[in-house]
Write a protein of this length. Sequence first.
Length: 304
Amino acid sequence: MDYIDYYKVLDVTKSATEADIKKAYRKLARKYHPDLNPNDKEAEKKFKEINEANEVLSNPENRKKYDKYGKDWKHADEFEKAGYDPNQQQNRQSGSQYSGGDFSGFGGDFSGSDFSEFFNSMYGSGRSRSQSKYRGQDFNAELELDLKSAYTTHKQNLTVNGKNIRITIPAGVENGQIIKIPNHGGPGVNGGPNGDLYITFNISNNSDFKREGNNLYADAPIDLYTAVLGGETYINTFDGKVKIKVPAETQPGTKVKLKGKGFPVYKKENQFGDLYIAYTIKIPTNLSDKEKELFEELAKLRKS
């Protein structure tokens, strides 16, 4: 049996992490998937090799055996019982045979073949191999929303790969967030399961609010007279206007927290962040002569 370098098949190094292997597998599986390469025998062969490599390297125990015994990793337990140490034997080259003992009783066929013994055990050989079931390709899509739309749970229609689907978007979704819609990817091969649909949200913000997580931030302008004498003002929220009291002698930049008036917490019903407002003072303009006179009198009083 020829030695197949599974790391080379997935284009990763031996130091690759499980995440690296998963990422590489998904990328290559999409590239060589039979649905995207109809009647391409080379792509079909490559796709099967990629699946085989992933089956081995994504399993920590199998990967450990493969790293030690190479093409004969399935017989690791038998080798170890027989005292066979591959580090002391020069049998790791492609097509080499171990001459230190008789392993014919292991049940393996060590003769050359187009695919490894493990591949044949997974998918069968010859005619039966073409009937193997493969998972469908995952699809990726982007969805544009504005901040107000992301504030409420709602439904939207999407067209993905020529197919219309209707999805529910939970309130509180964040910019850049990715959600998975199971079984809405490409169809499986030979009765295999469908792939999944991954949606990335791009949320634009044309509102007066700044969002940080579940909290919102905004400026609240008040006139000079309300700031000095106190009074009431109305604050805009996504649920409408809220009336709040303004203490006398309120200074510019004073911050007020409106509890529960922020953004909804994703998939947490009736839970919201807070709204933080900062007061800005509007200085009156186009003063009349009488108003200027009164301000001058006020200035004299403040200086006396």
